[in-house]
Design a protein around this ligand. Structure first.
Ligand code: NAD
Length: 324
């Protein structure tokens, strides 16, 4: 098959954690049926193939599919039947189907629930999920100290924060003791249409904080099938994305492959987390990484894409509550 001739994706060190993450990470939100229904057989086959191609990093959250993603990921990882230290799992806390709660009490209870659903004794990374919806001072003074206790208890190895607006990362990292937050997960800010994460990287490096960048396909904008109904982009950005996908198709190129290669080419990003729910997507995204390592980027088509996106370059959408 195509898969057996692919080879393995490269590993990259995550900040000061010592973890070596596959440069392509497996985003498990689709396993919670966030982008449409996925059978358990497809989920197991996708995770198994991903792991065999060197993908060792799997990201989920109790929020995805109202706990379904964690449960399905737990089953698929168990089905791998490999030693626990061969894969890296991150989940999150503070965001749930019922709403947000970053209190020490809730996140402390939340990890036990997540571990039970994942059928694991520990997770490698626990991240405060979408902190722009919380009070950032509570994240600094209450949530992260609670997570440090979970670290001491051996339930988590490293602490992270996630969110859309990039300012939330500097707000928190400027206020916590060095070394308490090990990693940030940014999304939709390092892709062909929006590369604003780039400006934050020197700061993150100076703090020794590892960088994970999610949603290289801009949550479906950079796919031939287009985004899901709930996608928050403006109609202007959606139209530009549609035009970009059509342009690539006409040229015999695949927009998702180009988008993956764009994100993967920044080596300061330890892992590019892409949401996957089929064997075909795993094969395509791994092939994109390996082709990039062997042959470099398709500079010509990428600059044509950048021209199409120029009017909406770095356009984002509001997320979170107004901070005091
Ligand atoms: P994404 O940009 O990775 O896009 C996922 C969509 O693209 C899905 O519909 C998927 O089926 C499809 N897809 C994947 N590979 C494809 C290919 N080769 N060709 C065509 N379509 C393809 O967006 P995402 O899933 O939202 O983000 C990836 C992961 O990052 C999530 O699953 C999650 O784990 C993480 N994430 C975290 C946060 C957060 O913490 N706040 C936010 C966004 C994403």
């Amino acid at each position: 098959t195509m898969a057996s001739s692919l080879g393995k994706v490269e590993l990259r060190t995550l900040g000061n954690t010592g973890l070596k993450l596959s440069c392509v990470g497996f985003g498990a939100s689709p396993l919670g049926n966030v982008f449409g229904p996925v059978s358990e057989d497809d989920a197991i086959a996708s995770v198994r193939l991903a792991f065999s191609l060197g993908i060792n990093f799997f990201d989920t959250s109790p929020y995805y599919g109202g706990t379904l993603s964690e449960k399905v990921l737990g089953k698929t990882l168990k089905a791998l039947n490999v030693p626990r230290n061969e894969y890296i799992v991150s989940t999150k806390c503070g965001r749930y189907a019922e709403g947000f709660d970053f209190s020490a009490e809730r996140v402390t209870k939340s990890i036990d629930e997540s571990l039970a659903r994942l059928q694991l004794d520990y997770v490698d990374i626990l991240q405060c999920h979408d902190i722009e919806f919380g009070n950032l001072d509570q994240i600094v003074n209450e949530t992260i100290p609670a997570l440090q206790k979970l670290k001491e208890a051996g339930k988590i190895r490293f602490i992270g924060i996630t969110g859309l607006p990039l300012e939330v990362f500097t707000y928190v990292l400027d206020r916590v003791p060095p070394g308490t937050v090990d990693v940030i997960l940014s999304y939709c800010h390092y892709s062909v249409n929006d590369s604003t994460l780039d400006d934050l990287i020197p700061y993150l490096k100076s703090k020794g904080v590892g960088v994970i960048s999610a949603s290289p396909l801009a949550m479906g904008l950079l796919t031939e099938a287009g985004p899901p109904e709930w996608h928050p982009a403006s109609s202007e950005l959606k139209s530009a994305s549609q035009a970009a996908a059509a342009f690539c198709q006409k040229k015999g190129k695949n927009i998702s492959k180009l988008a993956m290669q764009y994100s993967l080419s920044n080596k300061d990003i330890s892992s590019v987390l892409v949401g996957m729910n089929s064997v075909k997507q795993v094969e395509e995204n791994v092939a994109a990484a390996i082709e990039l390592a062997n042959n470099g980027k398709d500079e010509e088509t990428l600059s044509e894409l950048e021209a199409i996106f120029k009017p909406v370059k770095n356009q984002t959408w509001p997320s979170g509550i107004q901070q005091s």
